[in-house]
Ligand binder design. Structure first.
Ligand code: GLU
Length: 310
């Protein structure tokens, strides 16, 4: 394990090396709140299992975590349904676009994995569990605040509203799921929760802090709370590795070799098992919808620390 000084130096090196690439990639533009984000931003934060933090760049700037939220709702749904969840959603990489309707039709309403949109909508339905959307949204936000040890984690109302206004494809997926009897709650209620979880605003530091239990067998080592079981933690990490980067998950495993989950806001949460959790953010995306500079930064970080799981 690198010393604190080594870790600070590594993070500073990665930050420095990324300067030449800032602004590369394309910012998500399906809603105005994401389209107007300055692409020349980059943040990185590492929180180690023994409680040290190393951060650089815009590590304290909140951004829209979007699909990174799918990891945390998966934890809540697995805690609630355990193996029963896998009757409703698969765990294979999709090999298709994250919002494919064709695949859902072919597979008769059982989404390929919990990180494509259809799968995440099923997971959100499991978290909602027939209850009230407002309460489920408060539960998810509260879970994130507890994990991040930070009351400042919030939901951006503008993003949530725009997601709803433009979310026709997600609505289509949800109606399909309902048609296959794979949603328990009304479509509008499930979508309300889903759009709000996508609109969570967090910093790299908060994200790394919130994901730390995934590096430590489900136990949050800083406040000694068992967030989920060691077995579920292994499984969530496996799904992050195989499905966490849309249709480029193989490429991420090849280049970085860590379980990770990205979102179209440009954030990535990566887990170095038994070592650390890492939050990176840079808004410009590659073709597949993953942060271009974020992936580069993680590739360099792993080269400098030797933290790849392979
Ligand atoms: N709110 C986006 C959607 O559901 C999330 C996209 C993403 O980060 O993958 O389309």
């Amino acid at each position: 394990m690198p010393t604190s000084e080594d870790l600070d130096a590594i993070v500073a090196t990665v930050h420095q090396e990324m300067q030449a690439h800032l602004g590369e990639g394309r910012v998500a533009d399906y809603i105005p709140a994401l389209a107007r984000v300055d692409p020349r931003q980059f943040g990185i934060a590492i929180v180690t299992c023994d409680g040290r933090t190393a951060a650089a760049g815009d590590a304290e700037t909140p951004f829209s975590i979007q699909s990174v939220s799918k990891v945390f709702t998966l934890v809540l749904a697995m805690n609630r349904l355990d193996e029963g969840l896998w009757r409703r959603v698969g765990r294979e990489p999709s090999g298709s676009r994250f919002n494919s309707i064709v695949q859902l039709e072919q597979e008769r309403g059982i989404p390929r994995n919990p990180f494509i949109n259809a799968g995440a909508i099923v997971v959100t339905d499991a978290v909602l569990a027939g209850g009230r959307p407002r309460e489920a949204i408060a539960d998810i936000a509260g879970f994130m605040r507890r994990l991040a040890l930070d009351e400042a984690v919030s939901i951006d109302p503008e993003v949530a509203a725009s997601e709803e206004e433009t979310g026709f494809r997600n609505a289509s997926l949800a109606y399909f799921l309902r048609g296959f009897d794979n949603l328990q709650s009304p479509v509008e209620e499930v979508l309300e929760v889903y759009f709000n979880q996508c609109a969570l605003r967090m910093t790299c530091r908060q994200l790394a802090r919130a994901g730390l239990f995934l590096a430590q067998g489900g136990l949050d080592p800083l406040n000694q709370i068992q967030v989920t079981s060691p077995e579920r933690t292994r499984r969530i990490n496996a799904i992050m590795m195989t499905c966490g980067h849309y249709d480029a998950s193989g490429e991420f495993a090849y280049r970085v070799g860590l379980p990770g989950k990205s979102g179209v806001g440009g954030g990535i949460l990566a887990i170095a098992p038994r070592r650390a959790a890492i939050g990176v953010w840079s808004p410009g995306l590659c073709e597949a919808g993953n942060s271009l500079v974020g992936q580069m930064a993680l590739q360099r970080l792993v080269a400098l620390t030797g933290w790849s799981v392979f």
